[in-house]
Structures are given as structure tokens and as C-alpha cells.
Design a protein around this ligand. Sequence first.
Ligand SMILES: [Zn+2]
Length: 264
Amino acid sequence: MVFPYWEAKVKPFRVIGNLYFVGSYEGSSHMLDTGDGLILIDTGYPQTLYRLIENIRALGFDPYDIRHIVHSHGHYDHCGGTRALAELTGAKTYLGAPDRDYANGTLDLTWAKELGFCQYIEPFEPDVLLHDGDRLTVGNTTIDFVATPGHTPGTMSMFFDVTEDDITYRAGTFGGAGTNSLTRAFLEEYGLPLSYREDFLHSIEKVYDEPVEVFIGNHFWNNHAEEKIRRLGEKPNPFIVPGEWQSFLDGVRREAEELFRKDP
Ligand SMILES: [Zn+2]
């Protein structure tokens, strides 16, 4: 962890094709240039929103071209900047339907307190509530949403094509891999069912066979991005790693099973 969060800078970069990293170390944000406006995946902490905007500009884009803001799930470190950014740009916001009450402030479940902030101060009402199998097509890009509940009930994994040097690759992100919200203490504190754990393991199996060649972490360390950016510009693109998706999910499954064994 890097403290304070807003000093956790990452120089923005093009990942592959029309996909860019514009987030911070503690909260990843990715951007897709669709040719018909920008899609942003997660906004990160409200404290790092200014950096997100600077990063988009640094890559030669205009933040006012953000038309759609899609979210992996309703936690503070993924949608903390959304309210302000949506007001600034007029972008449409998307969130897994079961996380709606996280984002709009009805439930105090955004993990803000656990992340060191007293409360979620910038609630928003999502424009579009996402369900399993939903699809968003904008310009040259189509995102397939797959419900992968567990980390939160509304966690959404996303899959889309990216093209580089005339070759198309499948990119994917697992919406919520942390087991932090699945400890018995956390679930009991908030009156949440222990069955979230079964949902989590089931979600891993549900997307395990997706043919992901470019794994996008929703935290910087998930896909070894720090090591890969040192090799940016090399061929093949260091972010193309067939099998990384499955080995990541294997690790997540192992960690979850160990937690559930030690903390039944
Ligand atoms: Zn989370």
C-alpha cells in the first residue's frame, strides 16, 4: 500500500490497441477510445480524480469526451470519483444492479471506512443497472458484462476485443478478486450472508474458461503491470500473456479457499 493514496502516481500509458491505463497505483482506471467517445472503466478514489483527469489529458485525450463510465463494483476505490466526473462530463454511469445501494449511499458498504476514509461522501445514482449478459457497444468497442458476485453482490467482469497490428485479442478483467469483504467478521458486522463465499468461488469457475489473452487487473498488482510497463514498446506486447487469466484465477481461488478454511 502506498500512503497517502493520492501520491501513488502511475504514468498513464497505452496498454494495447485502443486500451489505456489512466488510473493510480491503488485504484486502476482503464480507458477505451471507441472512435465515438471514451469509455472509462472505474474512476478510483475521489482523492485521485484530479490525477485521472490529468492522465487522460497527458495521453492527448479530452476528459470531456468521456461518454460512459462503467464499474467493476460499488466500492470506494473503484467508483469514488464517479459522482464528480459524471457531473463534469455528463457521462452515463453503469453499475451491477445489486451494488446500486452501495453507490447511492443507501447502504454503508463501500469499504470507505475500511480503506481509511470516514464515509462515502459522493454518492451517485447509476444511470444503467447492469445484469449478467449485458453488452455495451460504442463505436469500435463492445464490452460483454458477466455477473461475478462474491466480492460484492453486483461485481461485474468485463470482456472485450482489442486490436493491435491487425491482430485481435480478447481482453478481460475480473470484477472483484479481493477476499477482504469475505471474512466472517466483515460479513457479520454488516449482516451479510456467508453464502457470498460460495458465490465468489462459483464466479471464478463461471469465467475461468474465457479466452482472455490480455488480462487487465482492476488493481495494478493483479496483472504484474509494474513489470510489464518496463517492456512497453517491445514485440510482442508484454500485456499479451495467454494463460495469465487462468493462473490469476487459480491464485484467487487458493487464497479464498484458505481463508474459508481458516475462518469458517
Ligand atoms: Zn472492492
